[in-house]
Design a protein around this ligand. Structure first.
Ligand SMILES: [Zn+2]
Length: 356
């Protein structure tokens, strides 16, 4: 097999060098007769930290659509997907060398009739721990809880489960070797989850500075999904007539969105870049999320690190060191100065093969 050669700046380092790909792996040992593929800025394969392969608006999709979703993400440079809950069984994706690497959370666990229809296993408190054990066994080291959602009885956002139920669920997941993350829009759900030792918060629009300090100290990650939370005004508008308190809550959360994100950054919380592709969003839009995070005020360099090498390290994958799997994206311009560059990969290399 002919070695491939890429020239340029290999991020996060600064100096130009030659990177070779041999048998699917990275090497910096010069390879005689290597075929030069591209030159530019060479970035470790991007990470979509909040993705839903296998979902669309109505629930699970068929395998052909899963493939289209995965290819859209891949061709946009997202070579490692952290699934945040899917109603489809996507385990087969992991057998396909041409599709992104996938870390699955199994299926969302929500309270009965308290989530998007057809997405989650919907359970009552006494069933949650058993379902968590099942999903921990079915997934790749993560379990996804729907932490809060609108309660039609209360007319407002409310935690899905009592604090002791969350605590038991997290204890059972950890016992099974799985980490736990939760969808959290509102305030009330956060302390019970942090008290119980949750590993990551999705969205997290109501996090206080105290809670952010706790997260930084305990190494709890945050995936803010800025493109998703940008929809809060629309959610508020559509709920206004029937659920005015809920509409007011969503409006208030939106108003403090930037402040929360900047406080998270200042507190030193580990943040990652999640497109929320699948469900109500489309696939292949990781660049849009990175740009949205930067537009809200996060430093470009941090967003890029989170979308690439830092995100990979978080999920247990290396960057582009000697011997690492050759998952990389080449750009014609430096994404550290302009994240819009991420929209235009010049070459995408997955498992050592040029795929786009
Ligand atoms: Zn999501």
């Amino acid at each position: 097999m002919t070695a491939l050669r890429f020239t340029g700046v290999v991020l996060p380092e600064d100096d130009p060098r030659d990177l070779y790909v041999v048998d699917g792996r990275v090497t910096y040992e010069p390879q005689a007769g290597a075929e030069t593929v591209a030159s530019g800025w060479i970035v470790p394969g991007l990470v979509d930290a909040h993705n839903h392969l296998g979902l669309d608006d109505d629930g699970a999709v068929d395998d052909a659509e899963v493939e289209r979703q995965a290819l859209a993400d891949r061709d946009a440079g997202a070579l490692l997907l952290r699934d945040c809950g899917s109603a489809a069984d996507t385990r087969w994706v992991q057998q396909r060398d041409d599709l992104p690497r996938l870390v699955r959370a199994g299926r969302h666990l929500a309270r009965t009739r308290r989530y998007i229809r057809n997405f989650a296993h919907e359970v009552e408190p006494d069933e949650l721990a058993a379902r968590v054990a099942e999903q921990a066994r079915a997934g790749d080291g993560w379990v996804k809880l729907v932490g809060d959602w609108i309660s039609r009885e209360e007319g407002d956002l409310a935690p899905s489960f009592p604090a002791e139920t969350f605590a038991e669920a997290i204890r059972v997941a950890h016992e099974h070797g799985a980490k736990v993350t939760a969808h959290c829009f509102g305030r009330e759900v956060l302390d019970p989850l942090l008290d119980a030792g949750i590993d990551c918060i999705e969205h997290g629009t109501a996090l206080s500075t105290d809670q952010l300090d706790r997260m930084a100290a305990a190494g709890v990650a945050l995936v803010p999904t800025v493109m998703q939370t940008a929809k809060f005004p629309a959610i508020a508008a559509s709920g206004q007539a029937k659920f005015p308190a809920y509409a007011a809550t969503m409006t208030e959360l939106f108003a403090h969105r930037r402040e929360v994100l900047m406080s998270a950054h200042e507190a030193g919380v580990a943040m990652y870049v999640g497109s929320d592709g699948g469900g109500p969003s489309r696939h292949g839009h990781l660049a849009g999320e990175a740009l949205a995070m930067a537009e809200i005020g996060l430093p470009v360099a941090d967003v890029l690190a989170a979308a690439s090498w830092r995100g990979r390290a978080w999920l247990g994958w290396p960057g582009l060191e000697e011997g690492a799997p050759a998952d990389l994206v080449v750009y014609d311009a430096d994404p550290r100065t302009d994240l819009a560059v991420l929209y235009r990969p010049a070459r995408v290399v997955l498992r050592g093969r040029v795929v786009a």
